[in-house]
Write a protein that binds this ligand. Structure first.
Ligand code: DC
Length: 219
């Protein structure tokens, strides 16, 4: 299989894959695909009673993504809707919709279209196993559910949302189980992926570890 200039970063929710992807994209000047945001957009549009078959067209024509200072923002009809997508309510609906074949199929081409020859960092659950099987470098980032719940807690607090820690741990564990046991594109590392457990590592440490791999194997 011909390999293309993509680094895939898959892993469970709040494993730090988003922060790592943004840091790699920012430092090396690569483009970025946060595929979770596409599933969250499906949930957002379905809350607005928009049919799934209309969603890809809407995403292509009315939604834009921006990477600024290591943050990805989503704009719909020129309004920043990022905070509306980053709620636990939307995450739950996104997880349910992501188990359906129609949802995954409708997002496949949109995700492939993010590819540019100058380099793409794609994060999600099935970037290395399904969407970019032909990626040059694959990483699977994980961490214990307690650590991930703590990270998500801080993230949501920073967004000004009220959070309850035990409920957050339960939500994360339930979603992990659903994402990894579903029939379609389950959350599993690709055969050739580097598996990194970041439970005892800071973002800087994970970045410096991956930076070396990127320099050795990607550039
Ligand atoms: O990474 P996230 O929390 O923003 O993802 C939201 C949901 O979308 C998650 O529960 C599973 C789903 N998802 C997926 O099934 N495949 C992807 N490539 C990315 C996300």
């Amino acid at each position: 299989m011909k390999k293309i200039n993509v680094i895939t970063i898959d892993g469970p929710s709040a494993s730090g894959k988003g922060a790592l992807s943004r840091k790699i994209a920012h430092n090396f000047g690569f483009d970025i695909l946060d595929s979770g945001l596409l599933y969250r957009l499906c949930a957002y549009f379905s809350n607005k009673k928009i049919n799934l078959d209309e969603i890809p067209k809407k995403i292509n024509s009315e939604v834009s993504f921006k990477l600024n200072d290591e943050l990805v923002s989503v704009h719909y009809k020129k309004k920043d809707i990022t905070n509306k997508l980053r709620t636990e309510e939307i995450a739950k609906i996104a997880s349910q919709m992501s188990a359906k074949n129609e949802t995954r199929k409708s997002l496949f081409n949109i995700q492939r279209n993010f590819y540019t020859e100058s380099g793409l960092v794609a994060d999600g659950r099935d970037m290395g196993t399904v969407v970019f099987q032909d990626a040059k470098l694959k990483i699977f980032l994980t961490a214990s559910s307690e650590i991930r719940a703590k990270r998500r807690y801080l993230e949501l607090q920073n967004l000004g949302q009220e959070v309850n820690m035990p409920a957050l741990i339960a939500d994360i564990e339930e979603r992990d189980l659903k994402d990894s046991s579903r029939e379609l594109s389950p959350l599993i590392p690709a055969d050739e992926a580097y598996v990194i457990d970041s439970s005892d590592m800071s973002l800087e440490e994970v970045f410096s570890f991956t930076e070396n791999i990127v320099k050795k194997e990607f550039i």
